[in-house]
Design a protein around this ligand. Structure first.
Ligand code: AHR
Length: 516
């Protein structure tokens, strides 16, 4: 063959090269509902999350109750559906009775989880009225560390009892006649962790949790309970054994088992950092299997879901001496653009497992490993804020099991995985299909064929994209416009009910399609 002809053939072949990746969508292949509680959040008595974050008495930025109005607005725009409180590790040393009644008479107590002093000026009534004010569902985590079963029972009585009992009348004396009807209760926090106050082994925890469940349900049988699953994924910890035992022992009482995961880019390797979806997927799938194992043999087992009730990027703002020993660090992570991409990775994993993951709580809401960051004069929104708010718009949709193929890579010490991390959801009411794509390649733009099976695609596509040349770009006070999403629309060149779209390197994209 003559060299010129060969060159021409090569050029033609390159032009005709098929896209490198494929996303095939069939809206009949449903996984489950994207539960609104996947957009939960978490407020712990830790550093400046509550005091100086949510709540700042005598601040010109606060309302007459002491709630920061600017934080309320940012929380609403974030789309928070559910708020977990009072901890975290803090919960395991907390006595809720310290936080009710006239504020000036409440005792200041040392917090032995984080080494701080809590004034107790923010307590149960302040939390529950805050939830009402911002329109979110409250989720209270009991003290399964140093606390007692009876304290947990009385807490439910204080919040939910309608009749004239001692604790319901205490609530009335504190200004609240109607019960709050708190539906979601956690049976402790990270009790498997040796750092936890009142740490227990699985058998002792199960005994405590069984009794607590019984006692709390005698006050209000309608409450939903979350067992403390393992969050201890270190090399010497047997998280599977803990979850297996707890599920087996509590399977007739609980509605959820919790999982916690924090990730970090400690090696400063972008692609490795965003490979953590392998851990998320695996922890969810293993726990889902353990749920099934615990239910096997039961004819009508109680449904149990996963509550991923702590998740985020957290690795810079950790104390140097003893992670959980002191209050020296206040966990004030300053988030950058690559952390924002990680938000998409977490949600993609939750959506792909929407049949079993029915709750997720970003840890946390304000200042402490949080998307909202305040000082006494105002606040700024961290880059992680924007994907969380955008994914939240898919609540109530149906998650779809899409077929995804993409170029792969092999991060150090891991199995190979695709550069594209994808989830798809469908809203049958307005026939919208959301294609959520994280391109975790640092260098490759990836041309992707998107095929749709059910319904004819409309050529109009709405594009939401988060991308920025500097992976480490951060925000600050008065400067939070840099790393923000861009929106656009395009008319797709449809061909056989599909089209090709190129996902740029290191980007998070949500394509909104319509199929009729
Ligand atoms: O969110 C910070 C801490 O992380 C929580 O208190 C604890 O539950 C987890 O280890």
């Amino acid at each position: 063959m003559k060299p010129l002809t060969a060159l021409l053939l090569c050029a033609l072949a390159a032009l005709a090269q098929p896209p490198q990746a494929r996303i095939k969508i069939d809206t009949e292949r449903t996984i489950g509902q994207v539960h609104p509680h996947l957009f939960g959040n978490f407020a712990e008595h830790l550093g400046r999350c509550i005091y100086g974050g949510i709540y700042e008495e005598n601040s010109p930025l606060s309302d007459d109750k002491g709630y920061r109005k600017d934080v309320i607005e940012a929380t609403k725009n974030l789309g928070v559906s559910l708020l977990r409180w009072p901890g975290g590790n803090f919960a395991s040393g907390y006595n809720w009775k310290d936080g009710i009644g006239p504020k000036d008479q409440r005792p200041a107590r040392p917090d032995h989880a984080w080494g701080d002093i809590d004034s107790n000026r923010f307590g149960t009534d302040e939390f529950l009225q805050y939830c009402e004010r911002i329109g979110v569902e409250p989720y209270i985590c009991i003290n399964a560390g140093y606390g007692t079963v009876n304290e947990a029972r009385e807490w439910v009585e204080y919040t939910n009892e309608a009749r004239h009992t001692y604790w319901a009348d205490q609530r009335r004396r504190n200004g609240r006649d109607q019960p709050y009807n708190v539906k979601i209760w956690g049976l402790g926090n990270e009790i498997d962790g040796p750092w936890q106050l009142g740490h227990k082994n699985a058998e002792d925890y199960s005994k405590f949790a069984l009794e607590a469940a019984k006692a709390m349900r005698r006050v209000d049988h309608s409450i939903q309970l979350i067992a403390s699953g393992s969050s201890n994924f270190g090399p010497n910890a047997d998280w599977i054994a803990w979850n297996r035992a707890v599920l087996q022992n509590l399977r007739t009482e609980i509605d959820y088992i919790s999982l916690h995961t924090y990730i970090g880019n400690r090696e400063n390797n972008f692609e490795n950092f965003l490979a953590a979806s392998q851990d998320l997927d695996s922890r969810i799938e293993v726990t889902a299997g353990l749920i099934r194992a615990a239910q096997s043999g039961l004819r009508n087992p109680r449904p149990i879901s996963i509550a991923y009730d702590e998740w985020n990027v957290w690795y810079r703002a950790r104390s140097s001496g003893g992670e959980f020993a002191t209050g020296a660090t206040r966990l004030e992570e300053i988030y950058n653009f690559e952390d924002a991409l990680a938000m998409g990775m977490f949600f993609n994993s939750f959506f792909r497992h929407a049949g079993v993951v029915k709750m997720a709580n970003l840890a946390q809401l304000v200042n402490v490993i949080a998307p909202i960051f305040t000082n006494k004069q105002g606040l700024f929104l961290q880059p992680i804020y924007f994907p969380i708010a955008e994914y939240g718009k898919q609540r109530g949709n149906t998650a779809i099991d899409a077929l995804v193929t993409s170029p792969t890579y092999t991060p150090a010490g891991r199995r190979p995985l695709g550069y594209l991390d994808v989830s798809v959801t469908h809203n049958p009411r307005d026939k919208a299909i959301y294609v959520n794509v994280l391109n975790r390649s640092e260098k490759l733009d990836i041309a992707t064929r998107i095929d749709n099976v059910e319904g004819a695609l409309d050529p109009s596509v709405a594009v939401w994209e988060m991308n920025y040349p500097d992976l480490k770009a951060t925000h600050t006070f008065g400067g939070d416009n840099k790393v923000r999403p861009r929106t656009s629309s395009l008319t797709a060149k449809l061909e056989r009910n599909g089209f090709t779209y190129t996902f740029p390197k290191h980007s998070l994209t949500i394509l909104k399609l319509a199929a009729r």
